[in-house]
Design a protein around this ligand. Structure first.
Ligand SMILES: C[S@@+](CC[C@H](N)C(=O)[O-])C[C@H]1O[C@@H](n2cnc3c(N)ncnc32)[C@H](O)[C@@H]1O
Length: 325
């Protein structure tokens, strides 16, 4: 599509790094794990869903069967205004959030929950920020790091193990803080807002792409069950489940000004599910999807899974020095 940059394509380097390296090589090759490996992943996933032990296991599980993406390792629902594939849609969402944040050559950026680093490689290429620092809670940070190294960008993109709710940084060190499709996991999102406020410089900006409760919540049994499963499966603390008006209030509570929380749900949920359903039914690569990923989108469409949720882009400003609210 003219004007739409292609998704970042991972380089296939021969040598796998230490630690998570073997898994990184699996992901890069897009191979499907064997039956035993899949069963182990499935058990871990079920256990973590039942115990709410970690918001990370689910991404390991999804990543291991390579999801509905072809060239990239994004794990988001995508922004579907122009995109034809999930790789393009995910990249467009990463770009949309970077535009909302006002990324530019002079900015120092903190990216929370960077997945496997596609978004940082892409944003670096497109917006040339002075520096990107990423934090993620999973030891699979190693995969992102290996990809950054392979792209020769280790001096510009620094990926660290750490949580968005207890940031390993001093006060006032970033111009931008971003979080793409992950703040709903954080314990809690409000703690993250306060941490973002702390690490931002005066005049800095926060931009978040997030899933919240929709305005038209239903109270029937089916909707309640879906909501319960949704929170469990995606490890969403109850304290994070509120609509966008409350979202704006919490940002203000954390000290931000110029708060805007806009819905982009129409360009996210339905086109995402339609694409994944088509992919699972007819894409030449569908054979590599695990059984859950094969039937999931169809089931979710039938159940109206996302009907009670909203997808928002939220932006907020830290006051410049000397200003008062
Ligand atoms: C849905 S994925 C999105 C990944 C990536 N932003 C993308 O769009 O491809 C959510 C990400 O949030 C990360 N995450 C969960 N809890 C976190 C926390 N407390 N701090 C930082 N990252 C976290 C997960 O490990 C995962 O990488």
């Amino acid at each position: 599509m003219p004007g739409v940059p292609r998704p970042y394509r991972p380089r296939r380097s021969g040598a796998a790094p230490d630690g998570d390296g073997a898994r990184a090589a699996d992901l890069d090759d897009g191979r499907r794990p064997g039956a035993l490996a899949f069963s182990v992943e499935a058990l871990r996933f079920v256990r973590s869903a039942l115990t709410r032990s970690s918001a990370v296991a689910i991404y390991d599980f999804v990543g291991s069967s390579n999801y509905y993406t072809r060239d990239s390792l994004y794990v988001n629902l995508g922004y579907w205004r122009r995109a034809g594939t999930l790789d393009e849609a995910s990249q467009d969402l990463a770009g949309l959030l970077a535009e909302a944040a006002g990324l530019g050559p002079a900015t120092t950026v903190l990216d929370c929950g960077f997945g496997f680093a596609d978004q940082d490689l892409y944003r670096y290429e497109r917006f040339s920020p002075a520096r990107i620092v990423g934090i993620n809670v999973t030891p699979r940070v190693a995969i992102g790091r290996a990809r950054v190294d392979a792209a020769g960008l280790a001096s510009r993109i620094d990926l660290l193990l750490g949580s968005a709710t207890a940031m390993p940084f001093g006060d006032g060190v970033f111009d931008r803080v971003m979080a793409l499709e992950c703040a709903f996991h954080f314990r809690t999102r409000l703690t993250f807002f306060c941490e973002a406020m702390r690490v931002l410089r005066p005049g800095g900006r926060l931009a978040v792409g997030d899933v919240v409760l929709g305005g038209s919540r239903r109270d029937d049994l089916k909707s309640k069950l879906i909501d319960r499963m949704h929170r469990r499966m995606w490890h969403i603390p109850d304290a994070n489940m509120y609509p966008r008006q409350t979202y704006a209030r919490k940002l203000a509570e954390a000290g931000f000004t110029d708060v805007q929380v806009e819905s982009i749900a129409a360009d996210v949920f339905a086109p995402y599910l339609a694409y994944c359903e088509r992919f699972a039914r007819s894409a030449p690569e569908r054979g590599r999807l695990n059984p859950l990923l094969r039937v999931g989108p169809n089931m979710m469409m039938r159940l109206g899974w996302f009907d009670q949720y909203d997808y928002v882009i939220a932006t907020a400003q830290m006051l410049k020095g000397g200003e008062t609210t």
